[in-house]
Design a protein around this ligand. Structure first.
Ligand code: MN
Length: 311
């Protein structure tokens, strides 16, 4: 195996020309560097299926005799499983369709993948909890080792139990982080605990409800069941993020372009994409602003929708 890590678009292009297969080498505005197997599905390549799915299903072992890869960014399960499959590092039977399908779903639609309803999902949860999966060559090497261990040995009953406990704790922390819900510019009365979590509020189930959140854990799978718009303050990064569950829902609520409609109204430097974005880079924010921003957005939403916010 020969893996090269780079943050540089030109370097990735140079290595790809030498025959290194790029895996998820998306460089924002500059686009993706692709090889023989077109292993990316971001930005301009978003029309493609996920990389692990295609590597496992269509190209298993295709690079067994020439396992050279160029990578960038985080060694997530999607990229790492794609490398393992293309290089044929385990017997094909050790990667079940159920496993590569949940890796794919978790990559493209994380808020909708309940990892704890199947053994394969739990296996992925175990991988996702590994530490040291840094944006570096070492990170990728550690991640590949972890994936091989998972595929060859599986995980113990005790490990599964502790993963389930950790996830229940994460979800409880995410719920604790909810500060308020706003509808039509008005804070909903009552303690946050009374908000019932049902299905994800997207598509047909979208509601013009805006949630204000301060949380130290990732909790969008919880929050998007309480509102279709989430304004969250990340303490460590001193950053405010605004999100919708997906682009279609953002457009349903805000009109064409989704959240693009509101970035200019929030002020200079606010920005992102149709379904997610946030406060200006390098400009620290405080938790005190979160509720007011959520209230303001809910006031903008109200006139465009017939929904009266009644539960
Ligand atoms: Mn991916």
């Amino acid at each position: 195996m020969d893996i090269r890590f780079t943050h540089d678009f030109k370097e990735a292009q140079r290595l790809a020309a030498e025959g290194y297969e790029p895996i998820e080498c998306a460089f924002g505005q500059r686009g993706s560097v692709l090889g023989r197997f077109a292993m990316d599905h971001h930005g301009t390549e978003r029309h493609r299926e996920g990389v692990a799915l295609r590597a496992c299903r269509d190209h298993f072992g295709a690079l067994r005799d020439d396992p050279r890869f160029v990578v960038t960014g985080t060694p997530d399960a999607d990229a790492v499983l794609a490398i393992v499959a293309l290089a044929g590092l385990v017997p094909r039977a050790q990667i079940s369709p159920a496993f590569y399908q949940i890796v794919d779903l978790n990559d493209v639609d994380p808020i909708n993948s309940d990892l704890f309803s199947s053994p394969e999902g739990e296996a992925l949860a175990w991988f996702n909890q590994r530490s040291h999966l840094t944006q570096s060559l070492e990170g990728f090497e550690t991640a590949i080792e972890a994936m091989l261990q998972l595929l060859k040995q599986g995980i113990s009953k005790q490990a599964r139990a502790s993963l389930r406990r950790a996830d229940a704790h994460r979800r409880a922390m995410a719920r604790d982080g909810v500060r308020a819900r706003f509808i039509g510019g008005v804070r909903q009365p009552g303690a946050v605990e009374v908000f019932n979590a049902g299905p994800l509020l997207r598509g047909e189930d979208a509601r013009p409800w805006v949630l204000a959140v301060e949380s130290v854990v990732w909790g969008f799978d919880v929050w998007y069941r309480l509102a279709s718009v989430v304004v969250s303050f990340a303490e460590r990064a001193e950053k405010i993020t605004i999100g919708c569950p997906d682009e279609a829902t953002a457009e349903r609520l805000f009109g064409p372009g989704g959240l693009e409609q509101i970035w200019p109204r929030l002020g200079v430097g606010w920005g992102g994409r149709a379904a997610i974005g946030g406060s200006p880079r390098g400009e620290p924010r405080t938790n005190a602003e979160v509720s007011e921003i959520a209230r303001q957005i809910s006031a903008w939403l109200a006139p465009s929708l017939s929904d009266d916010g009644a539960e």
